[in-house]
Design a protein around this ligand. Structure first.
Ligand SMILES: *[C@@H]1O[C@H](CO)[C@@H](O)[C@H](O)[C@H]1NC(C)=O
Ligand SMILES: *[C@@H]1O[C@H](CO)[C@@H](O)[C@H](O)[C@H]1NC(C)=O
Length: 391
């Protein structure tokens, strides 16, 4: 009944828009988008008040509301740990981190690479530090834990670091110095996916343990990025590794995204797969079950994928909204994977588009709540502003 009323209303709006667009001058597509009264910035009503969390949202409704958000950004609907990544290449993320700072506990700017050069460990990426943002953002309560990856390491460099604790001490020192120099509370470290399968996992465990111990001596935190469950690499990171690490590591940033690819198009992160990944990491009988769950930060993607006959690839908000402009009706919902998608044909050909919606994100937040885990968001600059009403 409610649905039918909404549908009638939608048809009415469509009819009016169509009528207006016929009298609007110039480019048709341009004229159309002019007719939409697009909201942006702080509003008096949340996505909950507006009933926008719809399993099959209309394209128009998304276009009208997605750049707006509820004015009281201090409200938290999710109380477990939330980490948000920001990157220099989607700079809107820095604004999102500021506007919604109360909704995040940790913000992780993706700035640094730990490199091996002339036999020495050094840090690259300092030119990416956004000092203005950093100075302003410091006044908030968030922990700033920049992300580090290893780059320009040869196989020999890796085996040296993984086999000798004196090398790991050197690596820790470089990281600690950078943290102290810039006043960071710790780091997010990503190397597991890069190295698993190439060496025994016990070396990867030791690396995290040693770095974490060194950081802890200076009261600095380590968040470790870990891969999700994959059929191709079933033992990449299991409950065994989690058990060996959870007392040392502040939190685990679980990369539950990119389940599908251009070779196998589909949902970015099926809900059942996210659930299974968390369940496998924390079997019901494992010790300190609650603590382990609390430390797992379930990954939520804020980007999507545009699959085309030639492949396609990842898309961010502005690319999604452009594609969405071609959608006449409501988005479809994949009940098996619990994500929204749409199919369109444009002058550039066919597109099969997956991108998060209020509904799909809300389902993932509900799952995190139910499993009593935290959330990590990749990444703040890629999503739509009204998503943050949900957190
Ligand atoms: C919100 O409500 C206030 C007070 O009723 C009003 O002045 C303001 O224009 C409203 N803002 C928006 C964005 O609707
Ligand atoms: C989160 O915590 C705040 C403050 O303790 C509380 O008011 C709010 O109801 C909590 N929200 C949820 C979803 O548990």
């Amino acid at each position: 009944m409610f649905k039918r009323v909404v549908l009638h209303f939608t048809l009415l709006v469509l009819f009016i828009c169509a009528a207006l667009s016929t009298i609007a001058p110039g480019n048709k597509a341009k004229g159309k988008s002019k007719q939409l009264k697009i909201k942006s910035g702080a509003q008096n009503e949340s996505v909950h008040d507006l009933n926008l969390i719809d399993v099959e949202p209309s394209a128009k409704e998304i276009l009208i509301n997605c750049q707006a958000y509820f004015k009281d950004t201090s409200i938290r609907n999710f109380n477990n740990t939330v980490l948000g990544y920001t990157t220099p290449w989607n700079s809107h993320g820095y604004n999102v981190a500021k506007i919604f700072s109360k909704k995040f506990d940790i913000v992780s700017p993706v700035w640094f690479q730990l490199i091996k050069q002339n036999g020495k460990y050094t840090i690259a990426g300092e030119q990416d530090i956004d000092s203005n943002w950093l100075n302003e953002f410091r006044r908030q309560d968030n922990a700033i834990l920049p992300r580090f990856v290893f780059e320009k390491f040869s196989d020999r460099d890796f085996s040296l670091m993984l086999s000798k604790s004196t090398e790991r001490t050197k690596v820790s020192k470089v990281i600690i110095n950078l943290c102290l120099q810039h006043g960071f509370e710790g780091i997010v470290l990503e190397y597991w996916s890069q190295l698993t399968g190439r060496v025994d996992n016990k070396f990867l465990v030791n690396l995290a343990v040693d770095i974490s111990k060194a950081l802890q001596e200076r009261n600095l935190k380590l968040v470790l990025v870990i891969p999700p469950m994959r059929k191709e690499l079933p033992n990449a990171f299991t409950d065994k590794e989690l058990d060996q690490l959870y007392t040392y590591v502040y939190a685990f940033s679980l990369m539950t995204y990119d389940y599908s690819s251009v070779h196998r198009p589909g949902a970015n992160a099926p809900l059942y797969w996210i659930r299974q990944t968390v369940e496998n990491l924390t079997p019901a009988n494992s010790r300190d079950f609650d603590e382990k769950r609390r430390k797992i930060l379930l990954g939520i993607n804020m980007y999507g994928n545009d699959y085309t006959p030639d492949g396609g690839g990842p898309i961010v908000a502005h690319q999604y909204l452009e594609l969405l402009g071609h959608v006449k009706k409501r988005l479809s919902y994949d009940e098996h994977d619990e994500e929204n998608f749409f199919e369109i044909r444009t002058s550039s050909g066919r597109h099969y588009v997956f991108y998060p919606t209020l509904y799909s994100i809300n389902e993932r937040i509900k799952l995190a709540q139910e499993m009593r885990v935290g959330i990590s968001i990749w990444e703040l600059g890629q999503g739509l502003d009204y998503f943050y009403d949900l957190f």
